[in-house]
Design a protein around this ligand. Structure first.
Ligand code: DOR
Ligand code: ZN
Length: 349
């Protein structure tokens, strides 16, 4: 670890975020807006966000939850269903409403039932996106139940990602929340149109965390955390300075009762201290000088948008992560590392 006590970076963005809706949205949006200039908002609501009108009204609900005086821009995405209309997508992209499209293989994760069972069904959508330069954000796991859950990302590369990139050589693709050295190697060896997001929790935990002294539902997310060698590969990639990797928290809040049950939901809620978690990782890797590229520059470069014009400062000051957050309708969410201490804090402006 270095001796650095404070660091000021271009305001970061979160290129992969779940904020849900209703009371939960109102509870979680301020945490993200406090730190990030923009966030790519996942469309896996029920029903999913598939139209320009739905995205505009969802964006308005998010903006209403941003605290007064805070500048925050939600970047909306369309959920790729088998019936998504390429013309609707084109209209939304040209109007600046849709920033990207999210591909969930049907059944891969939370609220993915409306996803795609066979990519050939949506080839017309990919063609339109390729022509417009609209990014495709991919949940990269196969759903084949015969494939071991820890191998689903690696198998996805062979079965889905490589053929997709070959069929659409101009399509911009983000390999979301990579969790394996296989995905890191694949992204590194692919051309500039392929980028990847990395979550804070996948940089911090390996699969042992799910079973430490008992079953730990708050450590369960998809893709599930992998072996230690994979976590180390993710740390190397994030701190390497390579412009292909950028910050995407995949912060995914679920009420405590939906996590602590016989069949708990996938999702780890990191939003309250997201940038501080990444700062801690970069500090441990002695790479604080690369935090800004990963958090604030590589994402805008990939998406072809300007970097934020203001800054965010962090200081080496301990903070205790709250054990629980309660929202308006009385539900509780347990944040990642709740009750524990992290070594960095945002300097409030
Ligand atoms: O752990 C996850 N939670 N992975 C996803 O892909 C979806 C997310 C959610 O929406 O809860
Ligand atoms: Zn996600």
């Amino acid at each position: 670890m270095s001796e650095i006590k404070t660091i000021t970076i271009i305001r970061p963005d979160d290129w992969h975020l779940h904020v849900r809706d209703g009371a939960m949205l109102e509870a979680v949006v301020p945490s993200t807006a406090r730190q990030f200039g923009r966030a790519i908002i996942m469309p896996n609501l029920v029903p999913p966000v598939t139209t320009v009108d739905a995205a505009v009204s969802y964006r308005n609900r998010i903006l209403k939850a941003v605290p007064q005086g805070v500048a925050f821009e939600p970047l909306m995405t369309a959920y790729l269903t088998e019936t998504l209309d390429p013309d609707e997508l084109r209209r939304g992209f040209e109007a600046g409403v849709f920033a990207a499209v999210k591909l969930y293989p049907a059944g891969a994760t939370t609220n993915s039932e409306s996803g795609v069972t066979d990519l050939s069904i949506v080839h017309a959508v990919f063609e339109a996106m390729q022509e417009m330069g609209m990014p495709l954000l991919v949940h990269g796991e196969v759903t084949d139940p015969s494939i071991d859950i820890f191998d689903r990302e690696a198998v996805f590369i062979e079965r889905v990602m490589i053929p997709l990139l070959a069929d659409f050589p101009g399509l911009k693709v983000v390999f979301e929340h990579v969790t394996t050295s296989d995905a890191v190697d694949f992204v590194e060896s692919s051309g500039h149109r392929i980028g990847a997001t990395i979550t804070a929790h996948h940089l911090m935990i390996n699969r042992n965390a799910l079973f430490q002294g008992g079953i730990r539902p708050h450590m369960y997310c998809l893709p599930v955390a992998k072996r230690e060698k994979h976590r180390l590969a993710l740390r190397r990639a994030a701190t390497s300075g390579s412009e292909k990797f950028f910050l995407g928290t995949d912060s995914a809040p679920h009420p405590v009762h939906a996590k602590e049950t016989a069949c708990g939901c996938a999702g780890i809620f990191t939003a309250p201290t997201a940038i501080e978690l990444y700062a801690q990782v970069f500090d441990e890797e002695d790479a604080m000088d690369r935090l800004e590229a990963f958090s604030s520059q590589n994402g805008p470069a990939f998406y072809g948008v300007a970097e934020n014009s203001d800054t965010l400062s962090l200081q080496r000051v301990d903070q205790k992560v709250p054990e629980m957050m309660t929202f308006a309708d009385g539900e509780n969410i347990h944040p990642f590392m709740g009750g524990q201490t992290i070594g960095w804090s945002v300097v409030s402006s």
